[in-house]
Design a protein around this ligand. Structure first.
Ligand SMILES: Cc1cc2nc3c(=O)[nH]c(=O)nc-3n(C[C@H](O)[C@H](O)[C@H](O)COP(=O)(O)OP(=O)(O)OC[C@H]3O[C@@H](n4cnc5c(N)ncnc54)[C@H](O)[C@@H]3O)c2cc1C
Ligand code: FES
Length: 286
């Protein structure tokens, strides 16, 4: 069992859980994920590692409650335990394997959308700890949906906020802010990393392609085992079929077939809706 030592609500339906998982904390690297089961009958839910602390053996996950399993998980409190937390899974971000002198000559731009802001944090933190410059754009529909802004401000060179309704920072989509930085503020970047909803990553990749800016995306394909056995998480990248769990989750954003990935992600919408309704009825006795 994996005890929850801290729970915090970050925004509407978004919760942070800090969980005792010493073995995962000791081997985790930025970009990796875990698969979590709330109870012994629970679904396997893939979640990116949002932080890890080797001193107290904890791993932080940030969950958006959107369906039955994530709602169940977010209903747990401090002192409760998760039945399973397997990981770290997937490959670490590519930059952890690049020699530091080469990395320090690069300038990174991170584009984070919604709950995807949490997975960006350990990457920017790692780069900051290793003396590599990184700017970050965090996008959300409205100011109350922004998460991780204080944490990110501590590790990013420059932090830019973009909200669709203009309630904080730049008014508009993150792609508008990318254009603004490159065209109006004369910024130069060597690498872009985009993490957020699939549709956001698709449009960030289309935008950066115009500027010839190499772009990495972290895909959140449907997963079952997370170890390359079931094929549920397959995606097409540059015409090749790859498995998100063992070949990713990070891929070249200019090569991903996003339209196919989005179709596959929506494959079980009907069953997910039914499970969600059933769960609500069980909880509220309707
Ligand atoms: C590598 C990876 C990292 C992720 N990191 C995070 C994270 O840090 N925080 C976060 O809130 N969410 C993250 N997700 C998405 C999260 O796994 C899904 O939101 C969750 O599984 C939904 O389950 P549900 O039963 O609550 O919702 P459901 O109602 O079952 O599904 C809602 C939507 O979630 C997605 N989904 C459902 N089941 C799965 C599954 N087994 N695998 C992947 N996606 C699924 C589908 O798009 C679906 O339409 C990540 C997914 C992947 C693959
Ligand atoms: S989740 Fe089964 S192969 Fe990736």
């Amino acid at each position: 069992m994996f005890r929850i030592v801290e729970k915090k609500q970050l925004a509407d339906n978004i919760y942070k859980l800090r969980v005792e998982a010493p073995r995962v904390a000791h081997s985790a690297l930025p970009g990796q994920f875990v698969i979590v089961c709330t109870d012994e009958y629970g679904e396997r839910v893939p979640l990116t590692i949002a932080d890890y602390d080797t001193s107290d053996g904890t791993v932080t996950i940030v969950i958006q409650a959107i369906g039955m399993s994530t709602r169940k998980m977010c209903a747990l409190g401090e002192g409760d335990a998760l039945a399973d937390l397997a990981g770290p899974l997937g490959n670490p971000s590519e930059f952890v394997n690049i020699p530091l002198d080469e990395l320090r000559r690069r300038r990174y731009l991170f584009v984070a959308g919604g709950v995807g802001t949490a997975p960006v944090y350990p990457q920017v933190k790692w780069l900051c700890e290793h003396g590599v410059a990184a700017d970050v754009i965090i996008g959300a529909k409205t100011a109350s949906m922004l998460i991780y802004t204080d944490e990110m401000r501590r590790v990013a060179d420059n932090l830019y906020i973009a909200t669709d309704d203009g309630s904080e920072g730049f008014k508009g989509m993150v792609t508008g802010k990318v254009r603004d930085l490159i065209e109006n503020e004369g910024r130069h970047y060597d690498e872009c990393v985009a993490i957020g909803p699939m549709i956001m990553m698709k449009f960030v990749a289309l935008t950066t392609r115009e500027y010839g800016l190499p772009t990495t995306v972290s895909l959140n394909a449907l997963m079952v085992d997370g170890t390359g056995m079931c094929g549920a998480c397959r995606v097409s990248v540059g015409g090749q079929t790859l498995f998100t769990c063992v070949d990713g989750p990070e891929f070249d954003g200019h090569k991903v077939d996003f339209d196919e990935a989005m179709r596959r992600q929506a494959m079980y919408r009907v069953q997910e809706g039914e499970a969600n309704e059933k769960h609500k009825c069980e909880c509220y006795g309707k």
